[in-house]
Design a binder for this molecule. Structure first.
Ligand SMILES: [Zn+2]
Length: 250
């Protein structure tokens, strides 16, 4: 049996053999918790989704999770896979929609993408491919955790919407739509997916966004007639994706 774990900015979730639990991640010792779950359930393999930068079994950094860099290869002694949350989500979406050329573009606190090409995750040299939230878009007076002031995330994410709201400006029906459409255009031009699946808190709570983005989208997406834009149907996509990826180890 597989133990699947999702370490997010707000919550730590796991599932094992029909058991599902969710804790606030803020005051949790995440590594201790994973070790405890492995001892308790004795799984064949573990799949871990992490909302931050990971590479080759190492947790490197996260904008929203209080955790020091740690090499899980030294801690977990059974087969495991550690993957960025968007890559996990994209793996789950690829399974759900039965598509091998798919991008999951999630707009929650941040903006990020997981890219599946011919059924495989696109990683890049340091496993950072898909960090679309930080491509330069428009100059602002804000400063991003990445050090820049012009990130797409200032317009196309929940934290971006909040920043403008603090200035008395509501961007959801205007600049947000434009920025997300731009992001979709960039991803489709670079990777030519058959489908982009939108997810994340902002999208899930405002499903009308998808229809609005579709208007005028053909000016942004090459080969538009063979392209689909959908909204996620999955709850806990990254947790499901962690499970799917861990099963591949067996
Ligand atoms: Zn940035």
């Amino acid at each position: 049996m597989i133990l699947a774990v999702d370490i997010g900015g707000s919550f730590f979730r796991y599932k094992f053999n029909g058991i599902y639990e969710k804790f606030e991640s803020k005051n949790l010792n995440i590594i201790e918790k994973i070790s405890e779950l492995i001892d308790k359930f004795n799984p064949q393999a573990v799949g871990i989704s992490f909302a931050g930068q990971v590479n080759e079994g190492k947790i490197l950094s996260s904008p929203n999770i209080n955790i020091k860099p740690v090499d899980l290869n030294k801690i977990i002694k059974i087969p495991f896979v550690l993957e960025n949350d968007l890559n996990c989500a994209a793996s789950a979406e690829s399974r759900y929609f039965d598509k091998k050329y798919l991008i999951a573009l999630y707009s929650g606190t941040g903006l990020g993408a997981g890219i599946i090409e011919n059924g495989k995750i696109i990683r890049g040299y340091s496993n950072l491919a898909g960090e679309i939230g930080h491509i330069p878009y428009k100059k602002t007076s804000f400063k991003c955790s990445c050090g820049k002031n012009n990130c797409l995330e200032f317009f196309a994410s929940g934290s971006g919407i909040e920043r403008w709201k603090n200035l008395g400006i509501d961007i959801l029906k205007t600049e947000y739509i434009k920025a997300l459409r731009f992001g979709i255009g960039v991803l489709s031009s670079l990777f030519n997916p058959e489908i982009i699946v939108l997810g994340g808190g902002v999208i899930i709570h405002n499903e009308w966004i998808v229809e609005k983005i579709k208007k005028n989208l053909k000016n942004y997406v090459p080969n538009f007639d063979k392209f689909e834009l959908k909204i996620t149907k999955l709850k806990d996509a990254s947790l499901s994706g962690a499970e799917i990826l861990a099963k591949e180890l067996l």
